[in-house]
Design a protein around this ligand. Sequence first.
Ligand code: NAP
Length: 341
Amino acid sequence: MDRLQKNIKLSTYTTLHVGGVADYLVEATTKEELEVALHWAKAHTATPPLILGGGSNVLISDEGYRGLVILNRITELSYKEIGGKVFLTVGAGNSLDAVIADTVEKGYWGLENLSAIPGTVGATPVQNVGAYGVEVSELIDSVVAIHRDTFEEKKFTKQECLFGYRDSYFKSEEGSRWCITTVVFVLSTIPAPRITYADLSMLAKESPSQKEIRETVMRVRSKKFPDWNTVGTAGSFFKNPIIAKETFVELQQQYNDIPGYIQENGEVKISLGWILDRVCGLKGYRLGNVRLFEEQALVLVADKNVTAEEIDSFAKIIEEKVFEKTKIKIEREVKNIFFKK
Ligand code: NAP
């Protein structure tokens, strides 16, 4: 296989800057190259290949990987306008933010609230990335993927993606065997500003432009989130919990100003950043090389030379502390990879 590299440190490819050495690594810039890499892995390695996009949502073990890592760098991009709708077909390896910048430039509405999120387009359907009142599931028409073991190519309709809050079919055991090659979004030429979140309230005037929304989101995020170019971070490390209404009412009795957002099914989404700060007093909490960010406690920040083991242990301590105080079992948004069970 062309451009196959051996003994490559994965820390270079993750935004937490951790991850040991992989036996093999290759970049796939087209669907065909991805297929070749999948066939190579089946023939030459005992373990399934790992597909990496921007590496912004993974915690890779210090032991690295005895197999093939495929960097998804498929970068096709095309627009098709039909009536007021715009079908945007994007290769999974494109940077999400670069694609959003392009849609804003062209005046195609939909993705602007997701500005400045790290990572590639291929990762967005997996965890149904969302921010400031918009989730990609609302904008996705379909997702094309290749099966890692059978090499079948399939177009998943939006319904087949089984989207939930930061969740989808692609996070399941079976779904994770599909390698996403292309995402098709449906955008609109008709302005549709979404500014219901308090962080965007300064835009509550007549019809803010797409550019104003993008710039505001970028400004807010630059204050609340650390710059992943300069420190080790994976953005929000944990998911915001969705809890039963009764549990929320009990919490309200103790913490009467706890914010909660009622979901369609009656459950309540609560802000874990708020709990970590106000209930657990953990904003800025540090142990060795790892800490919870001073501006937003949901974000874990790691110093240089940190190990994956250290981050994993730190996260377990946070999980325990939240459970002690609230009896809520929090879940990680970031996925542990190659950790021995
Ligand atoms: P935030 O704005 O402080 O909000 C904290 C929590 O409150 C989130 O669960 C958010 O829900 C919810 N919330 C706030 N205003 C709401 C409203 N008007 N209606 C319904 N729910 C509301 O959150 P943050 O940590 O600073 O993050 C800013 C945005 O970026 C949030 O939307 C967050 O979800 C998003 N984000 C997404 C990812 C990701 O997809 N991986 C990573 C980092 C941040 P939602 O989570 O549903 O927005």
